[in-house]
Ligand binder design. Structure first.
Ligand SMILES: Cc1cc2nc3c(=O)[nH]c(=O)nc-3n(C[C@H](O)[C@H](O)[C@H](O)COP(=O)(O)OP(=O)(O)OC[C@H]3O[C@@H](n4cnc5c(N)ncnc54)[C@H](O)[C@@H]3O)c2cc1C
Length: 419
């Protein structure tokens, strides 16, 4: 049985950043397992620009951003094994992998970092009535077909969901010569970044239908069109508002779900709001020595945040390997999301043995104008940050200074206060 100090599952931006940071902390015996044939993860199919503004102060494409990290992984001689699927992780960190070269193999790890990313909700999860004709894709699948395989799925397109992938694919399909008739969005606001709405829809005259959804898919063998209707405040379609859109392609961009099968099988507690593991300030799950970062933990809008977060997971895993145990066994304080805060990562903090300042990352439940984010321990205010506007599509990051948390022994709350 091979032994490693740190095993990293997934060679996307999260896995690579975690590996680099663990190596910088002096851990030599690391391996990254990646099921694809190259490092880079989802970034390899994101050939548009807009990556790396925070990290590199440059506008890079996805593959360029990934390559900078992959180059560093190679320069630091961090071993990685591609075409290698992780099948199972046990509670005592025995990792079962499958590869063409070695078949099924068990590996022993002192620490494991989960960095498996996420996947899009498919049609089956959306309960749209109608037959199952060809021409219905998730936006990410269409992106891979167009950007990596060189196929354009169709010519007349409707997109359901205005998340970033849907918005980016509206532009991409238009640039490939297709006509995008509309982007329908169930919510009264888009779940994509503002800059993507402007650059991907407004610039190309593509209508965004807020509070609308697809209520029927027409066509048996091949897609012939979709019926779109307006919804009320309870997201119920309003009778009489149905409109038929003829199309040969329907792209679904209706939310991402962390790839949590390995986490579930390992017995890790998942947060029903993020669908990712519940973690503490060091991004450690409730299984000792198993850490999580990137989109498998919670869905990020910017890869720069993924890299920063994953570097912290690498640092914490390195500290765990050096100590041989979790920092402290005392009860953690909880971080409780309240008024307008949907979830927080981390969900708990061990205040007695902090490695540094604590980042609280979260999303809000709706649109808030002229408001403050307030973090409190009981009645004591730890952080207050004013914001002109907060939207659910943007992940927020509030830092609580290490010394502010020393001595706090009650749960803390994160909430939005409107002025
Ligand atoms: C369409 C799209 C557009 C985006 N646009 C932008 C943008 O403009 N700017 C920006 O900053 N960010 C953007 N993002 C977000 C950014 O790309 C992601 O936040 C980031 O790639 C997530 O990194 P990750 O490493 O967590 O996951 P991923 O990149 O998904 O990597 C996970 C890796 O784990 C591997 N894996 C999974 N399970 C296993 C297993 N069992 N065994 C082995 N390997 C496994 C996968 O093959 C994959 O390579 C976009 C994302 C998408 C999908």
């Amino acid at each position: 049985m091979r032994d490693f100090d740190i095993v990293i599952v997934g060679g996307g931006p999260a896995g690579m950043a975690a590996a680099i940071s663990a190596r910088e902390q002096g851990i030599e015996n690391i391996v990254i397992f990646e099921r694809d044939s190259e490092l880079g993860g989802i970034l390899n199919q994101c050939i548009h620009n807009g990556f790396g503004l925070r990290t590199f102060k440059e506008e890079l494409t996805g593959p360029e951003y990934a390559e900078r990290y992959a180059d560093k992984v190679r320069d630091m001689n961090i071993p990685y094994e591609t075409d290698t699927m992780v099948l199972d992780i046990s509670k005592d960190r025995v990792v079962t992998i499958l590869s063409r070269k070695r078949g099924v193999e068990e590996i022993r790890a002192k620490a494991v970092i989960l960095a498996m990313g996420c996947r899009e909700r498919p049609r089956g999860a959306l309960n749209i009535p109608g037959f199952r004709p060809q021409g219905v894709y998730t936006a990410g699948t269409a992106q891979k077909l167009v950007n990596c395989e060189g196929y354009v799925p169709g010519k007349e397109v409707v997109i359901l969901g205005s998340g970033d992938i849907g918005l980016i694919m509206a532009r991409r399909m238009t640039l490939e010569g297709a006509h995008v008739a509309a982007v329908a969005e169930l919510m009264p606001y888009s779940s994509g970044l503002k800059r993507n709405i402007v650059q991907c829809l407004d610039d190309f005259g593509i209508p965004l239908l807020l509070s609308h959804t697809v209520v029927d898919i027409k066509g048996k063998e091949k897609l012939e069109g979709v019926v779109i209707a307006e919804v009320d405040s309870t997201n119920t379609p309003i009778a009489g508002t149905e409109q038929f859109y003829p199309c040969d392609t329907l792209l679904l961009s209706c939310g991402l779900i962390p790839e949590n099968e390995l986490s579930k099988n390992c017995g890790i507690t998942l947060d029903p709001r993020t669908n990712g593991p519940v973690v503490d300030e060091g991004l450690e799950t409730d299984i000792d020595g198993v850490f999580a970062c990137g989109n498998v933990l919670h869905v990020h809008d910017l890869v720069d945040f993924v890299s920063e977060e994953s570097a912290r997971a690498g640092e914490s895993a390195a500290a765990f390997v050096k100590r041989g145990c979790t920092p402290d066994d005392t009860a953690a304080i909880k971080v409780v999301p309240k008024n307008g805060v949907r979830y927080t990562v981390p969900a708990e903090i061990h205040t007695s043995d902090l490695l540094g300042d604590v980042h609280i990352r979260f999303r809000v439940t709706g649109v808030f104008k002229d408001c403050s984010v307030v973090i409190k321990a009981g009645e004591e205010e730890l952080v207050r940050r004013k914001n002109r506007i907060l939207v659910p599509s943007e992940m927020l990051d509030i830092i609580i200074k290490k010394d502010k948390l020393a001595g706090v022994n009650c749960d803390i709350t994160a909430e939005i206060e409107e002025v």
